[in-house]
Design a binder for this molecule. Structure first.
Ligand SMILES: [Zn+2]
Length: 316
């Protein structure tokens, strides 16, 4: 049967989304993704449950488009990490899915420590590429978004968690298990209340991520930002403090890697970029001018579609 599609899979701690891109589409522009299906991420059953969910969603998307999974030429999987490779093949060891790993997952109905993904997908499809979601988003932003033409750049997500994808000298940094860019887990504080899902106390993600905002301030990010916009002094101080932590982390990336530009996305940031962008920039601009002059911090060019385009960037 002739190959008709690339399957684009986005695996997060909250949901799994699958969409199709036509195998014959013009690769120069952002892909037109279609027959998108999304479900809450499976978190119970045997460790194979998540890969079975992905396989089922791909089949369902193909059926919706009037075909079968046999017409998929390649599968791109953009997934939350970290990854492990116990048999040389990628398995997911994400603390927000695998309750056997981390503190945030307490109460979830599994004792998973890692989930097979590369092996079951390669059994079903001729070509499979799995990559950390921020690295894949970085590819998409370099190809179709706000990082086009740049060899020294990064993508950062400010969402339920904090993640980065890093590019230096035109090379995407991968690391020994494809986990380069887990900069959200850099220690920056002695705050005993800042417990991250990874088990660390005092890392960036534990202080500023969407889940950290909910845990630390007792309200979700959108409510906090709305209060700050309305002139609530305490909320404004809290937003300033969040931007100070994340802005300094971004500054650290700029001076460590000598970056030209960072594009930032994620649900927390994208909904509030007019409030957050100037505050983040203020932590970078003017500091150590020999390294930061000319550097730009910008919103993700692909906006809300960056996650789906990330998976597509692996295979289209
Ligand atoms: Zn952490």
């Amino acid at each position: 049967m002739a190959a008709r599609w690339h399957a684009c899979v986005d695996i997060g701690g909250t949901k799994v989304a699958v969409s199709l891109a036509d195998a014959t589409a013009d690769p120069s522009g952002p892909p037109l993704l279609h027959h998108r299906l999304s479900e809450p991420t499976v978190k119970s059953g045997p460790p194979e449950a998540l890969s079975l969910q992905v396989l089922r969603l791909i089949d369902a998307a193909c059926a919706g488009a009037g075909g079968t999974g046999a017409q998929v030429a390649a599968v791109g999987v953009s997934s939350c990490g970290p990854f492990v490779k116990p048999q040389g093949l990628i398995e997911l060891a994400a603390p927000n899915i695998c309750a056997g790993l981390g503190a945030r997952s307490a109460g979830q109905p599994n004792d998973w420590t890692s989930l097979p993904m590369q092996a079951p997908l390669e059994d079903a499809f001729p070509l499979v590429r799995i990559e950390n979601d921020c690295l894949a988003a970085l590819r998409a932003e370099r190809r179709w978004g706000a990082l086009q033409g740049l060899d020294h750049c990064a993508y950062v997500t400010w969402s339920t968690g904090i993640g980065t994808g890093l590019c230096v000298d035109g090379h995407l940094l991968q690391g020994k298990n494809g986990n380069a860019g887990h900069a959200g887990h850099m220690f920056v504080s002695d705050d005993e209340s800042a417990l991250c899902g990874c088990g660390n106390v005092g890392d960036v993600e534990a202080l500023v991520s969407g889940s950290a905002i909910a845990r630390r301030f007792g309200l979700d990010a959108a409510t906090l930002m709305a209060a700050a916009r309305a002139g609530d002094t305490l909320a404004l101080q809290q937003v300033d403090a969040l931007c100070r932590v994340l802005g300094r982390a971004l500054y650290n990336l700029v001076v460590t890697l000598d970056l030209q530009r960072i594009s930032i996305g994620g649900s927390v940031f994208l909904r509030q970029q007019d409030l957050l962008l100037p505050r983040l920039r203020a932590q970078i601009t003017g500091r150590l001018a020999s390294l930061t002059d000319g550097f730009e911090l910008v919103a993700a060019g692909l906006g809300d579609s960056v996650a789906d385009c990330a998976a597509a960037a692996l295979v289209v």
